[in-house]
Structures are given as C-alpha cells and as structure tokens.
Design a protein around this ligand. Structure first.
Ligand SMILES: [Zn+2]
Length: 191
C-alpha cells in the first residue's frame, strides 16, 4: 500500500473508531506489526518522544511497540492499530533495519558502528567494543531508553555483531588462503 508509506503518525489519519471486528478475531492484534505481522516489543513512550523527528503532539496515551523485522519499513506502531512510524519520521537510522550498513550505529549511547568494529577486528583481530560499553555502563553514562531506537540496552546486538563480523572475516581469510594456494599450485605446474 503506497498510501501507508506516508507517515501515518498523524492525528488526521488516525482512525477514530478502532475496528472491533479485527480485535475480536485476531488475538494478537495490538502486539504484532500491522505490516509484517511479527510480534513487536513494547517500548516506553519516552523512547518514542526521544526518537521522533515530528511534533510530539502526535503522541497519544497508548502503548507503542518496536518492529525489528529487517525488511519491514515500520519501526513503531501503536497497539490500537491507528499509528505507524517509519524511519523517515525518526531522528536516527535504525540498526535492525540496516544490519549490514557499516555507517549505522549498533550502540547509540557511545556511537559504535559496524564499520568501527570491523576496522578494529581487521587491525587487531579482536574487538574491545563490548568491554568499552560495559565500562561506560558501570560509569553511569548510558541512556538506552532515549538513545537507542529499540528503547533498551544494545549489548546483545553488539555482542552478536562482533561475533558475526569476526566469523565473516575468518571465512573471507580462509577463502583468500585457498585461492592463494590454488594459484601457487597452478604456478608450480606451469613451471
Ligand atoms: Zn513490521
């Protein structure tokens, strides 16, 4: 639906009468994303307030949820089915929607990107990102609820990203070595 690509976090487009039929026939209505159907995690209104690049007058006293599906354009939706928010209405790009983009933050409080983690792995073979974040958390410097679009701590995402990037680089290294060996064998045969 092209029309729903427009921001629907707008009082004028909000439905006035929620569809009772939908609610009664769908047990998961309100907790699943209206676009992709995957269950969304509840986020505090504080997170929505911090993330919106719109007037906060659009915020209503309802529950909002976060959709982490990569291919789904919806980032937040209200549990009454009236409002959806896409990335274009936000002040941050959302890691879950761009898990392979080196420029997107994976840690929003301390501004670690996949690119920075990848560079560190390339230089030293290990990443200190998780340790850095932990030290900053202990120092009371994090603000996940208002910095991270998912509304809570990024550590799980960061640890998974470090592991994934390390495995990708290891795999690339193995492929490079087997190519080099193959080339050397061909060179030997040709001499
Ligand atoms: Zn979705």
């Amino acid at each position: 639906m092209a029309s729903s690509d427009r921001s629907t976090l707008d009082a004028t487009t909000c439905c006035i009468v929620p569809s009772i039929a939908n609610v009664s026939t769908n047990q998961s209505a309100g907790v699943t994303c209206p676009r992709c159907g995957v269950r969304g995690k509840r986020v505090d209104t504080q997170t929505i307030k911090a993330m919106l690049a719109l007037s906060l007058a659009v915020i209503r006293p309802v529950e909002y949820r976060f959709c982490r599906t990569v291919q789904c354009p919806i980032v937040y939706f209200s549990n009454d089915g009236c409002q959806t928010v896409t990335e274009r209405d936000l002040r941050e790009r959302v890691y879950q929607k761009h898990p392979d983009d080196d420029a997107v933050f994976v840690c929003y409080c301390f501004r670690h990107t996949l690119g920075a983690i990848r560079a560190e792995l390339r230089v030293s073979g290990v990443s200190t990102t998780v340790e850095c974040i932990n030290a900053s958390i202990v120092a009371g410097q994090c603000a996940c609820a208002i910095r991270n679009p998912q509304g809570n701590c990024c550590l799980g995402n960061v640890a998974a990203a470090v592991k994934r990037l390390a495995e990708e680089m290891k795999q690339a290294q193995v492929e490079m070595e087997s190519l080099t060996i193959g080339q050397e064998e061909r060179d030997d045969q040709s001499t």
